[in-house]
Design a protein around this ligand. Structure first.
Ligand code: BG6
Length: 410
């Protein structure tokens, strides 16, 4: 196997310890499309500890084996390493369990606690538990209270929540207050899965582990930045959630703002979560309120016919914004954000477009304008970085033309 230079040095990282991941909302889309495929990927890469288990918790009464069958199908469709390796799957599936229950019923949590104790004994999961709330946000608070009441919240337990984290500022604050009543701040992980993507993690590495980009990374040299997350998929079977959310809440305030913050932030003083968070906050605070004429909302044709979508829905499935970050580095540089479902193709990328060079030399041969340089960080598909620069077309004469250079980073 060729060595991956980005993995060198990882051998010194501590191996993950034992534990159980309990997924509330085990029959939902997030579990099927993201969580279980991601866990299988980790199993495939040998990154899961031996003493590990996954417990799915949802309403429908099914057996452990039926749950394993459903997850096998999900991983077959959505894992990165396909076709699935039967031996890896078999070992992973041995650690998969299912607990049917009602989120509001204390008895269900007692049953869950009994299963978790049993797994500690049988699989050596050592009482370490992570609760992943892959459920609508209205369930976050009741589930947290029930977990606490059943004695399931110990100091070394963690709870993971994803967006939507409230609907607006007031509801986000209320939800935060409710969760922090039950969990200490260090137990509470509010995650954004975009931050797990290789290329997203590579934005800061690329910016701050290379000397060549930083001197150019400002309003003097950057003409504009484009952040695009285009999806060809429609709303699928998620209308119940999506129709109350829309592209702005589903993609922009979370994933795209994270991308924006990583591209625009100042160098953090340490590679530590809170330090990086503080720098991101400074960027977000510097964003000027978006003028109505700098935003576009759209809905794809056929959206209202999707199962579960209101016939008169005005929910946007596309949004584009022009933002300005009013700080020393970025003043006057437009950041264009756009995202949508059922678009012509699936492609996510960050493009940093530099200013044009003054074309005093080649105007006679190539017209007045030379292509501007652009650095593109492609998140998916085909993660990679590419740089567009100008070069001479081989042959007699001096014709200048844009030449793409690209490299894979993952
Ligand atoms: C989720 C959104 O957070 O991200 C979905 O709710 C979207 O609507 C998904 O499809 C996109 O994630 P990815 O990893 O497929 O780009």
């Amino acid at each position: 196997m060729p060595t991956n230079p980005f993995r060198e040095g990882l051998a010194t990282r501590p191996a993950p310890g034992p534990g159980v991941l309990v997924i509330f909302g085990a029959s939902g889309d997030l579990t099927r499309r993201k969580l279980v495929p991601a866990l299988y990927n980790l199993a495939h890469e040998g990154e899961l500890p031996a003493n590990f288990a996954v417990v799915g918790f949802a309403r429908t009464p099914i057996s452990h084996d039926e749950f394993r069958r459903q997850l096998h199908e999900a991983a077959t469709h959505h894992a990165r390493f396909t076709p699935l390796n039967p031996a890896v799957w078999a070992t992973f599936a041995d650690g998969i369990f299912y607990q049917a229950g009602d989120y509001a019923n204390p008895a269900s949590y007692r049953e869950l606690a009994a299963l978790l104790d049993q797994l500690d004994r049988q699989r050596g999961t050592a009482g370490r538990r992570v609760f992943y709330l892959a459920v609508p946000p209205a369930e976050f608070e009741p589930i947290s209270r029930q977990l606490a009441a059943a004695g399931l919240v110990q100091a070394d337990h963690r709870v993971i929540v994803e967006k939507p984290f409230g609907h607006d500022l007031a509801s986000a604050r209320a939800l935060n207050a409710a969760l922090t009543k039950v969990f200490a701040e260090r137990q509470l992980l509010r995650i954004d899965h975009y931050l797990g993507k290789e290329t997203v993690q590579n934005i800061l590495v690329m910016r701050f582990a290379n000397e060549i980009f930083d001197p150019l990374w400002n309003q003097k040299y950057v003409d504009h930045v484009q952040i695009t997350v285009a999806e060809s998929l429609g709303v699928g079977r998620r209308a119940g959630y999506y129709d109350t959310s829309g592209a702005l809440r589903d993609m922009v305030q979370n994933h795209m703002m994270q991308l924006l913050a990583l591209v625009a932030m100042e160098p953090p003083i340490a590679w530590e979560a809170e330090v990086i968070r503080d720098e991101k906050v400074k960027v977000l605070r510097a964003i000027r309120p978006v003028a109505p004429e700098c935003s576009v909302r759209g809905q794809y044709i056929g959206y209202r016919d999707e199962p579960g979508v209101a016939a008169d829905s005005h929910t946007e499935t596309f949004v584009a914004l022009k933002l300005f970050i009013e700080n020393w580095r970025w003043s006057g540089v437009p950041f264009y954000l756009r995202t949508g479902k059922r678009l012509a193709l699936s492609a996510s990328e960050v493009r940093v477009q530099f200013r044009r060079t003054p074309n005093v030399l080649f105007a006679a041969q190539c017209g007045q304008r030379l292509d501007a340089n652009a650095l593109t960080l492609r998140l998916q598909p085909q993660e990679g970085i590419s740089l567009h620069f100008n070069g001479k077309v081989p042959g007699i004469g001096t014709t200048v033309q844009a030449v793409p250079w690209s490299g894979r980073v993952a």
